[in-house]
Design a protein around this ligand. Structure first.
Ligand code: FAD
Length: 456
């Protein structure tokens, strides 16, 4: 067993690997050029969800009377205070990770690391030798070469998180998960939001039926979605920005006070010295095998930088996997990776979609339970949505797709069922507490064999 491991990048991939490696007895050096926690804690998952919570409370406040509550004042968003709260949540988590790293005995070096050879890196002028290296340098916003993208007011997700005021009109270029989450948050804050998506639909990879049911809800919230829209130019007149695109029926111009460019991510592979030492890369990032090993035997690449999944929990899982692999264990990587979209309502998904099964000509059963028939959802005043469960021909669960309140928590029962290869009969005698949202999952599973009691 090699015993000195250097990790480049302290995001959810890198810091998790560092701690796990120390638990396994390795000498571990983590090099981070900015703040530990990476994109996820600092400018990704956590700050967006802090904003999401402020938006959610504001949404509830807009219909207090439906819960029998009188309120004479006005609840309104305060950009400064929302930002401050978001920063506090981020700082708490970042300092928590710093403490975890220090108590695990990880040697954290702050600075930009660069490979010198396949056995050494340099940081702040110091040369460090290693037996193994884990590259976990993550990804950054991809900015397409659109004319006018350099205008002030055209921002990436990182900049929009530090909004000074709530834009009256916000144009979002890109209807993927990041673009749509910002759409939901800022529409709740009162911005008029227009999403421009080049593909025929938003949220690629999410079950088509869920997206179809979601779109009218978003529209009711004031989010305008224009699909098959190729943005061609952004111009500026005074404080207003104008986005010109080629729509289905010719050129269309949409105005905004700010334009968020959310057109994907690019792997952070530049200036790492990778070409010089012959680490193979492709368009998605660093090429790795099933053990996340690069073309250099002692160098691994995990998280966003290998382009496999652009999700924090996938980066962490890879970090744990590689640590255990280096320790000579036989780690297992989960077969299923759940994905969540924090909208109003939430969307969460794991396993096969109907579209994938049809495309691969795989026979399946499908069942849907509407949250409108779930007691807990009704008491919460959040009865919009459904739990859709897909099984194979033998009634083994292979996909779960949820739209509704707390979908991001509820999905884990579906994840467990998929990962463990559970069947309808195995889940049948699992008693679910009442009244809970989890009952909707149970009913949907039972519906696969026509045995759901609360389904018409
Ligand atoms: P990163 O988190 O990108 O960390 C890489 C680290 O490496 C950074 O700290 C960087 O400073 C450091 N680094 C880079 N180069 C060097 C160098 N040369 N030397 C030293 N250090 C270096 N995912 C989810 O699962 N759930 C979500 O809700 C979610 N929301 C998101 C919202 C937004 C707005 C964005 C942008 C992303 C979101 N993601 C979400 C994706 C998630 O943030 C990433 O998948 C995750 O952070 C990837 O982790 P990582 O460890 O691979 O890289």
């Amino acid at each position: 067993m090699s015993n000195k491991v250097v990790i480049l990048g302290g995001g959810p991939g890198g810091y998790v690997a560092a701690i796990r490696l120390r638990q396994l007895g390795f000498e571990t050096i983590l090099i981070e050029k900015n703040r530990v926690g990476g994109v996820c804690l600092n400018v990704g998952c956590i700050p967006t969800k802090a904003l999401y919570k402020s938006a959610e409370i504001l949404n509830h406040a807009s219909h207090l009377e439906s819960f029998g509550l009188d309120f004479d004042g006005v609840v309104k968003p305060n950009a400064h205070k929302i930002r401050e709260r978001k920063n506090q949540v981020v700082d708490t988590l970042v300092s928590g990770v710093e403490k975890l790293l220090s108590s695990a005995g990880v040697n954290v070096l702050y600075g930009e690391g660069k490979l010198l050879s396949s056995n050494s890196v340099t940081v702040n002028g110091e040369v460090i030798e290693f037996d193994n290296l884990i590259i976990a340098t993550g990804s950054s916003s991809f900015i397409p070469p659109i004319v006018g993208v350099e205008h002030e007011g055209v921002v990436t997700s990182t900049e929009l998180l530090d909004f000074e005021s709530i834009p009256e009109e916000l144009v979002i270029v890109g209807g993927g998960v990041i673009g749509m989450e910002f759409a939901g948050i800022f529409a709740s804050f009162g911005s008029k939001v227009t999403v421009l998506e080049a593909m025929p639909n938003i949220l690629p990879g999410i079950d088509g039926e869920i997206v179809k049911r979601l779109k009218p809800i978003l529209k009711k919230k004031g989010i305008e979605i224009i699909t098959s829209a190729m943005v061609q130019e952004i111009s500026k007149d005074g404080q207003k920005l104008y986005v010109t695109m080629e729509g289905k029926k010719g050129p269309v111009v949409v105005s905004g006070d700010q334009v968020l460019v959310a057109t994907g991510r690019r792997p952070n592979t530049q200036n790492l010295g990778l070409e010089e030492i012959g680490v193979e890369m492709n368009r998605k990032g660093i090429v790795v095998d099933e053990h996340f090993r690069t073309s250099q035997e002692n160098i691994f690449a995990i998280g966003d930088v290998n382009g496999k999944w652009l999700l924090a929990h996938a980066a962490s899982a890879q970090g744990e996997y590689v640590s255990e692999y280096l320790a000579g264990k036989k780690p297992k990587m989960g077969r299923f990776v759940p994905g969540c979209v924090f909208l109003f309502p939430e969307v969460a998904s794991v396993g096969y979609t109907e579209e994938q099964l049809k495309e691969q000509d795989i026979a399946y059963h499908v069942s849907k339970f509407m949250l409108g028939a779930n007691g807990k959802a009704l008491t919460m005043g959040e009865s919009e949505g459904l739990v859709k469960v897909i099984s194979d021909e033998d009634f083994k669960i292979i996909g779960v797709h949820i739209m509704g309140v707390h979908a991001s928590d509820l999905i884990h029962e579906g994840l467990l069922a998929c990962e463990m290869g559970l069947s309808v009969d195995e889940l049948k005698h699992v008693i679910h507490a009442h009244p809970t949202l989890a009952e909707a999952f149970y009913e949907s599973v039972m519906g696969l064999k026509g045995e759901a009691v609360h389904m018409v």
